[in-house]
Design a protein around this ligand. Sequence first.
Ligand code: NAI
Ligand code: HPV
Length: 534
Amino acid sequence: MFKVIVTDPISETGIRSLTNHQEFEVSQKTGLDPDVLAEQLKDYDALIVRSQTQVTRDLIQSADRLKVIARAGVGIDNIDIDAATEKGIIVINAPAGNTIAATEHTMAMMLALARNIPQAYGSLTSGKWDRKRFKGVELYQKTLGVVGMGRIGTEVARRAKGFQMNILGYDPFLTEDRAKKLGIIKASLGEIAAQADFITVHTPLTPETKGLINADFLARTKEGVRIINCARGGIIDEQALVRAVNDGQVAGAAIDVFEHEPPENTGLTQNPRIIVTPHLGASTAEAQEKVAESVSEEIVAIFTSGSVQHAINLPHVSASVERKIRPYLTLSEQMAEFLMQIFKKAPEKININYYGELFLEDTGMLTRQMIKALLSYYLDSSINIVNVMQVLKAHGLSYSVQKNAAHKGFTNFIELEIANGDDHATIACTYLPGFGGRIVSINGYRLDMEPEKYLLYIDHQDVPGMIGSVGSILGENHINIGSMYVGRQAVGGNAIMVLTVDRPVSDALRDQILGIRALNDAQFAKIDIEQSAD
Ligand SMILES: NC(=O)C1=CN([C@@H]2O[C@H](COP(=O)(O)OP(=O)(O)OC[C@H]3O[C@@H](n4cnc5c(N)ncnc54)[C@H](O)[C@@H]3O)[C@@H](O)[C@H]2O)C=CC1
Ligand SMILES: O=C(O)C(=O)COP(=O)(O)O
């Protein structure tokens, strides 16, 4: 049974795939004090939050059972991603579920700002009939600067075009071509400052975007500009904005998100020219259902099949590529596990060669699987695909990856090389649809071996009677041989054999095998075969 705790309000309908699942137990406990949460979190496998719960390093460090932190929304600035990664915890979000809600809120804020709707409502509900004070401006033919042309920025630009606004878009990833297709102008931040009548920000909060809209930027804006932030508090310097509004440089602002939530800056929240909402961008019934559904389905997938779609701290693998490389995820791990058990030295160098078109993109997960299997042999079992690269770096180790679209006998093929000083070892695998995974070479010897749980690897001279000698010792010790694979370089030269056996081979028995004349090495290996892709 996997235990999931939800600590911020979330859609009941959206999390049905978890609450109705017999392998999951879901507890909803919102508004917990951080100390209480830290104590309770120790019992859970997964945590679901929105923007309210602060998932700090301290909280993460004490959560020994936790494997997944899910953000039912986009922004992950309330989660210490580094701490989660170091602890091997996958962090996922629901990137697309609230795009429309945040977009529509931005449009609502822009219109409300242009027409003073909240102020006029306040006036009328307090008994006044004042039509002069609330004269607004039109969006029509005004210039809108969109800072951050991701999902929400793009949707805002599309809708603003419907109001016949001229759009300037700024985003390091915005190409001329995409801007043209969207019917907008690719601009610099400086151009937006100089030309825009309305500016809306849609970036994440990062060290780079913190204070992006600051006093210096505001001083360069058109007098009377209107500014909207439905992205993250802190992208706009709140003090600088209040000053610019008060001195008339900025005609007004619409703010949904704050540096501190709830906000402490009353200059901002009680300013007649600044309209505010309490972080409502994602608060629609539809968005909440979608984000809850997205994280719930993904949690089920992670725990039941190991498949991850929206991990923040894992390489991205598109769903279609994931389907294609899936058989290799297990196979490459088994291959690396096997190689370490026959090499038996810490790998100082790791080199991975990918052959075939299948591997031209998105091999990050495969690389991680193999390196994890290599390192796990010597290091503790807390290594997983999330923290493996940090563990590698912490040990001063590095790896290299080569990709080659041409195939080497097989359509797709992975070769793993490890070295320690002058010693090195190689292994390669391929996946044959309909037949399953195969180890196709070991240390330069070709073979066609199906990975099995117990393997006996033997390096020997190619002399008559070798197979019989090994077979007799195993037989005398009641160890059944399932299958046997042999590879040799030249008649009478060096050769290897790999036997699959039904039971583990003890060290004493291995010593007995090592006594066979013309036998160079014998290693017993145990592979985790449970989650085989076949
Ligand atoms: N108010 C609310 O309730 C909601 C707020 N959000 C917030 O809205 C923001 C945008 O969300 P999405 O569009 O889904 O994210 P996204 O990841 O699709 O887009 C963000 C864009 O910002 C760009 N960017 C990053 N650094 C930049 C920089 N220095 N200058 C210019 N552009 C930069 C990125 O290239 C990317 O295209 C996020 O901060 C998110 O947390 C999202 C949903 C609801
Ligand atoms: O998804 C986001 O980034 C949001 O800001 C939405 O936050 P919320 O889930 O409403 O606390």
